[in-house]
Each structure stands twice: as C-alpha cells, then as structure tokens.
Design a protein around this ligand. Sequence first.
Ligand code: ARG
Length: 290
Amino acid sequence: MTLTSPGVGVPPLREARPRTYAMTPPVHFTVSYAINPWMDTSVPVDTERALTQWHTLRAAYESLGHTVHLVDPAPGLPDMVYAANGGLSVGDTVVAARFAFPERAAEGDLYAEWFARNGFGSVHRTAAVQEGEGDFLVVGDRILAGTGFRTQRAAHDEVAALTGRAVVTLELVDPRFYHLDTALGVLDDRTVAYYPAAFSERSRRQLDEMFPDAIIATAADAAVLGLNLVSDGRNVVMTDRAPHLEASLRDAGFRPVTVDLSELLKGGGGVKCCTLELRRHDTMSDTLIP
Ligand code: ARG
C-alpha cells in the first residue's frame, strides 16, 4: 500500500487542474489519402457529422472549465483537425511539428505561425521528423516519446535539448498504434494507461518500471482508440466505445466523460488527436476565443 491509497479498495483522490488547449475544427476533414491503417479512401466521410462531434468535444472541455483556443483550418489539409500533431508546448518552449508524410507537411508551418503569432512561447523546429503530441506526451517532469512509425528517434534528443526535460524513448510495434497517443494516455503527473502489446518488449519493461500503478488497457479498449484520451487529472475525456477502460478509470478514482468521435476515427484519430495542450499559462490572449 502506498501513501496515496488510504485503504484497500479506496481509490486516491484525483484533482483536476484547469487546462488550455488548441483545437482545429474539421471544416475540411475527409479521407482522401491513407497514411495509417485506419484510413480507407473508399469509406465515405460525413464532414458535417465530424464537425458536430468535434463541437461536442470542444463543449465538453469548456464545461469542465478549460480554455480552448481555435486554430484556423486550411483547405486541402484534411488532417489538420488532429491538432495534437501540430507541436509540443512545454513551459516557454514550443516545438512545431515536422511531418513524416508530404500530405501533412504544410500543417507544420501553419501551426508554427499560429504559435508564434499568439505568444505561446519561443517556437522551434527540429531537423528530424516529429509529430508533436502525437508522439510526445508530458507526464510530470518527464516526456514520453514514441518512435517506430512517425517520429524519428533523433527528434527525441532534439526535444530533450530544446525543452530541458528528460525524454524517455518508447518503441511502437503495431501499425494500428502508429503514434504514442494511440497506445498510451496520460491521466495525471504520475499516472498513465496503456496497451502493452503496442510496445516492444524493452519498452514494455520500461513502462512497467516507471508506472507500476498504470491502468492496463485491453485489446478491445485499444482497438477503438480508447487510450487516445485527455485528462485534467480527474476528468478523463474519452471515447464512448471503451467500456472496460471506462470502468477501470472509474475504479481508480477518475471521472470518465465520454464523447462520440466515430466520424473522426475514420482518419485514425480520437479525442487526444484533436487536442493540443498549451502549457504556457502567462500569455493567454482571450481575443482568440470566438
Ligand atoms: N490521419 C492522421 C495521420 O495519420 C491522424 C493523426 C492522428 N493524430 C494523433 N495524434 N494520433 O497523420
């Protein structure tokens, strides 16, 4: 028993911290190319429906007391709705993405310009490919970094140097879970949930050592991108299709808030993919919120 568990079967008290997010509405969302196994260009996409679902997600954050800043969507960039990939914001530093596929390359510049224009810190670019919070997840003082499909390992060192944080490399091995945020969700400064089979043997061992109290997701949880979640430390915004994970989170003292993002799942993304956390709290400009 640890100090945080007051008694057998009594989950620790979970505390929410107000957050600031950037989101891009799926005005131009469609599946016109396939760069991950979830994308099938022969399956029709209902852009209106995607927008409605996205608005529900935005409303969920706002009703929890969080701030949402909007990034303008651009025509011809259907994946721009997955704002998590736009960069990584840690304290005064923002690292804007360098995308792996040419289809998304232009998003890197648009997010970089947006960060610079809106004062979210000094904006840096990496030489190596990295897809922002898709593959870099902040857990307390540490940054967990995925590699294997998109983000290059060399970018992990660049991000460590730029942010001054310890970066832990994790190897992804299942193409369905091509970004770290599809296989691991951050719940608070020391708690994560993950799907072990998405990681190499070595990374699995490392995760087990770092997070002995982690919540372990099932194959079914992972297969609906249940781990692609956003937590404020207590409220966990997640898909409504992962009842097992939802129950595990509840048992651990978290409060799941479920949303239907089924249309956006057709692009291979969920709740977290649509959400970029901004961690510079001193320069918020409220003119950005329409
Ligand atoms: N279609 C997008 C891609 O393959 C989905 C990105 C999902 N984003 C994420 N953070 N996992 O690049």
